[in-house]
Design a protein around this ligand. Structure first.
Ligand code: ZN
Length: 326
């Protein structure tokens, strides 16, 4: 098998080829092109961060022309909608977004330097768990998953959440990742948080249990948890087959009730870094534009149509990567 130089930076020449020969305006999802006039766009032309901001396109055709001529290093678009996007003025609403970066997963098992197939796959498993909770427990359904190049973005466009403020978004993140230890693990008595158009329902312990289970099954002996010593991490790993069988009572017995509480607190606090919470609470964030090129890794930022079958190494590799010599 020929070894392909995956995940290495794209040259300016390759960027040009990508935007002029392969990229198509149709690859930008409708939820962006339909609201193009209300969004702010940002670009990075040289690879030093998106400093060409406050760009506005009245039509997809104008954005197309811009991308084909400028072939940027990176392209971004706001999650926010504005009446006056050119000045980021008169904010009306923003998508609710979650950023799962494979590089930053605290319990990834690969130990690679950047990202690789293993941690990208683990990122997708985390996304899948969050997606189930968004749909099943929070009743949201206008949800889009985007492969960003180094991880995944979950973008929620249900109208009842697009108006909520940063505090509510921060509560939603904690709920989704299992970052608060339930007051009583045997009751469904999570404080119900309710806002004008949006309610976090009861049933939090189920979400918490699912997230903690995932984290425990992925711990390794070097994982660092707040206020949990190495011996306890070792014991968690030793007895985690009980968690795999959902035998939590026996697990707690083996570990000891006080150490069990410590373990739960440590894992809850680690769970907070499964997503980048800064991204979720920022009401004016710009996110990598689906269809654009992630030039650092030569991958296409790609809308995920089917999360069960998505494989970035099949669907998000631009043609020029296959045509590279050596
Ligand atoms: Zn990796």
């Amino acid at each position: 098998m020929v070894k392909i130089a995956y995940l290495t930076p794209a040259t300016p020449e390759e960027r040009k080829r990508y935007y002029r020969e392969e990229w198509d305006i149709k690859l930008i999802p409708d939820y962006i092109t339909h609201s193009i006039q209300e969004r702010e766009f940002g670009f990075d032309h040289v690879g030093r961060g998106p400093n060409d901001r406050y760009k506005v396109f009245r039509t997809p055709e104008l954005l197309k022309r811009f991308l084909k001529v400028r072939t940027p290093f990176a392209a971004y678009c706001s999650v926010a909608f504005y009446d006056k996007p050119r000045r980021r003025d008169k904010w009306t609403k923003a998508e609710l977004v979650f950023d799962v970066d494979a590089k930053d997963i605290p319990i990834r098992t690969c130990g690679c330097e950047g990202v690789c197939e293993i941690c990208l796959n683990e990122a997708l498993e985390i996304v899948s768990g969050i997606l189930d909770t968004l749909k099943g427990d929070l009743g949201l359904d206008n949800i889009h998953i985007v492969y960003s190049g180094r991880g995944y973005h979950i973008r929620v466009l249900d109208n009842n959440v697009m108006g909520v403020d940063s505090d509510v978004r921060s509560q939603i993140v904690k709920y989704l990742v299992g970052a608060d230890v339930p007051k009583n693990e045997y009751s469904l008595d999570y404080e119900k948080v309710s806002y004008e158009h949006f309610v976090i329902p009861f049933g939090y312990p189920n979400v918490f249990t699912a997230r903690v289970k995932y984290s425990i099954l992925h711990l390794n002996k070097d994982t660092e948890l707040d206020e949990v010593n190495k011996k306890l991490v070792k014991d968690i790993i030793k007895h985690r087959h009980l968690i795999e069988d959902d035998n939590w009572g026996m697990f707690k017995n083996k570990i000891g009730p006080q150490r069990y509480r410590k373990a739960m607190n440590g894992i809850a606090s680690m769970n907070m870094s499964l997503v980048d919470a800064k991204v979720s609470i920022d009401l004016k964030r710009i996110l990598r534009l689906p269809s654009s090129l992630h030039s650092m890794v030569s991958m296409k930022c790609t809308e995920v149509k089917n999360i069960e079958t998505f494989d970035p190494f099949k669907e998000a590799v631009p043609k020029f990567v296959y045509e590279r010599k050596d």
